[in-house]
Design a protein around this ligand. Structure first.
Ligand code: F6P
Length: 539
């Protein structure tokens, strides 16, 4: 038996022990449980006490982290080794925000050069030195991109942008023309700077939208003037040139930046333009603080490691394959969407690095909404559904508004949800309450099972002092590193995404057939649906 196999077996034994998922007894037995099961790092606080992780489970999880080589994997990533083995690429997103050893040093130097160009461009646009074809200042930045070339920038813009910031950010991702129709009324072509954000510059949706927007821009400011309104964020310089974007308007990055880890690279240009350079730099600084913590803190005090180990306990120990992310801050409303890509595209893998089928479950389904809205939609299932759903609660201590009472209500609800999941409501208490309210005995008996809350439902809570650029950067990097740790624990490659390819390939012949109005060889469902669509379109 290898050390890793022994560690997995030890974890399985702890998970199979009676009461392994009970949390309340752990609190009852240890008044200092919160003190023992929370950590701070890079300005964030992580509380994982509201889980069934005991001292013994934590020790086993840490032993598993050591046995599966989490530290070695982290250090190899930082050194710029080709940890993305299937694409033979490094995963050097940390080099975008701070110096690194080994190959990471050169990567950082190169990233700094691009950042310097991005800064000069941003400041020239803000000063009005760079203008549109009609000599008007740009006041709007339209980012065209999808997946990692959209979700990260959108999430950060929603979190940090406020009226009065340097430029208005608009994002166009979906190839659905209704997406374009929705943003069009907000755009004045003469004042709009368009960023075509695509690592590959071949993504069908992005290129279709880029051509659509270019036609609109040409119709608005003239064929010759349109190029003054475009810039490209990409690794594919041949394709950006072919699209007609000059080199001085191309902000490159390297293939060692994965799409879902790319908001710190040139892909973040819409952030710099809309928020201002200083806040983009503060975002990078915050991520860098989390990088430093991740690289230096011992495993037992390391926030990304502990967040990953908690997930491992829930997925592999307790068989909980879903997780809800509930930011109690409206500004973080797109964080769940960003984490869906970051985590599910990274960890939704069925084979190990060596290509063998995984022997343990991998990434859970991630979903979420801001609190308190979530409480009035899917939290019913989280409180009383038959299987627990672990939750990440994200709370921000100080808001950036003056409505103190609203903020207290918000925080009280977030804390109460976590406490309710933990404590539940036992039959005796529910029964006593109904009796005190004067309900007849028959009615009490009928309602009782519906009104009991099982409790012992796990959650972690992440506290931010404020939702500013620095702490948001640290929060995003926390989740990025959590993904890398889980990749190491599960022995999978968290940096590739082959699973998104097949659908792209199969869309090509279907597109041709829809264009031609002729249905080729498909399974009977696909063929039947295509025929029905063609028929409905012809009506
Ligand atoms: O759909 C998969 C994917 O490759 C993502 O990983 C990526 O973020 C997205 O497409 C967009 O890719 P690109 O930036 O190359 O247009």
């Amino acid at each position: 038996m290898t050390a890793a196999e022994r560690a997995w077996a030890e974890l399985a034994a702890l998970a199979a022990a009676p009461g392994a998922s009970a949390i309340r007894p752990l609190f009852a037995a240890d008044p200092a449980r919160f003190a023992r099961f929370h950590r701070e790092g890079a300005g964030l606080l992580l509380d994982f006490s509201k889980t069934s992780i005991s001292e013994a489970v934590l020790a086993a999880l840490l032993a598993l982290a050591r046995a599966t080589g989490v530290e070695a994997a982290r250090d190899a990533m930082a050194r710029g080794e080709p940890v993305n083995v299937t694409e033979r690429r490094a995963a050097l997103h940390m080099a975008l925000r701070g110096p690194l050893p080994g190959a990471g040093a050169a990567a950082h130097a190169e990233a700094m050069e691009v950042l310097a160009r991005m800064r000069a461009f941003t400041e020239a646009v803000h000063r009005g030195d760079i203008r549109g074809a009609t000599n008007q200042r740009f006041d709007t930045v339209l980012n065209i991109g999808i997946g990692g070339s959209d979700l990260g920038p959108v999430m950060v813009c929603r979190a940090l942008w406020r009226a009065g910031d340097p430029m208005r950010p608009i994002h166009l991702a979906n190839v659905d023309g209704h997406g374009w129709e929705a943003v069009l009324p907000q755009l004045d072509a003469r004042r709009t700077l368009v960023l075509v954000a695509s690592k590959t510059f071949t993504t069908q949706e992005t290129m279709a939208n880029a051509h659509l927007v270019r036609r609109w821009m040409e119709a608005s400011v003239g064929k010759n003037g349109a190029s003054a309104h475009f810039a490209a964020l990409s690794t594919n310089l041949a394709a950006t040139t072919a699209f007609g974007i000059g080199e001085d308007r191309v902000f490159p990055f390297r293939d060692w930046v994965g799409g879902r880890f790319s908001l710190w690279s040139a892909i973040g240009l819409s952030l710099a333009l809309s928020l201002g350079w200083d806040r983009f730099a503060a975002l990078l600084e915050g991520a860098r603080a989390m990088d430093a913590h991740f690289l230096a803190a011992p495993l037992a005090d390391n926030l990304p490691v502990l967040l990953a180990l908690t997930e491992c306990w829930h997925v592999n120990g307790l068989g909980l394959h879903r997780r809800a992310v509930l930011p109690y801050d409206e500004r973080l409303r797109r964080l769940p969407a960003h984490l869906q890509q970051l985590e599910m595209e990274s960890l939704g893998k069925g084979v190990t690095l060596a290509g063998a089928p995984v022997s343990h479950a991998t990434g859970p389904v991630v979903f979420g909404e801001p609190g308190t809205n979530a409480q009035h939609s899917f939290m019913q299932l989280v409180h009383q559904g038959p299987r627990p759903v672990p939750v990440d609660f994200i709370l921000v201590a100080r808001p950036d508004h003056g409505h103190a009472e609203n903020h207290r209500i918000l925080l009280a609800n977030g804390l109460a949800q976590a406490e309710a999941l933990l404590m539940g409501r036992e039959a005796a208490a529910v029964e006593a309450e109904m009796r005190a309210a004067g309900l007849p005995e028959a009615e009490i008996a009928r309602l009782l099972p519906h009104r009991v809350f099982p409790g012992d439902r796990p959650s972690v809570t992440i506290l931010l002092p404020r939702l500013d650029a620095h702490h948001l950067g640290a929060l995003i990097a926390l989740y990025e590193h959590k993904v890398a740790v889980l990749g190491a624990l599960w022995g999978i490659n968290p940096f590739d995404q082959w699973g998104v390819e097949l659908g792209k390939v199969m869309a090509a012949p279907i597109l041709r057939e829809l264009e031609a109005g002729h249905v080729g060889a498909h399974d009977s469902s696909t063929a039947g649906l295509m025929q029905a669509l063609l028929r409905l379109q012809a009506e």
